[in-house]
Design a protein around this ligand. Sequence first.
Ligand code: FES
Length: 154
Amino acid sequence: MTVQEIVNKHGNDREHLLVILHDIQSASPDNSLHREAIDELARVMDISVADIVGTASFYTMFSLQPRGRHIIRLCESPPCYIAGEENILAALERRLGVKVGETTPDGAFTLETTSCLGACGVAPVMMVDDEVYGHLTEDDAVRIVETIATGAAA
Ligand code: FES
């Protein structure tokens, strides 16, 4: 889907910028907002590149750097932290062989931490792409990633 088509889908209005950026990022092969796409969006919506970059930089869900095909976002806010987030993060780092903010060499996963995902009642919580997983254990987190990796390889 092109930038123009995404803007047409949501409507050319500044209030739709976040959902438009989300769709542009999702359509990108490396889960990021490319400079060319931002330039085109600025032209199509008649807003400044600085405005778009400022908005994209403010929200952790957007990235201006290339990322993996799947984004793992582990919540590190207090309820999830107390429920064992640190151990889950360590297990994921071991399994993936990367640290927070890094992408696996095969380009499959980027590991990130985030503030509250709004699912504190089922802490600890992680989100992989658009899917939320709660009541996580270390084994659960590793199994979820392995299932996705297997599916991605199929
Ligand atoms: S604190 Fe983790 S989902 Fe709210």
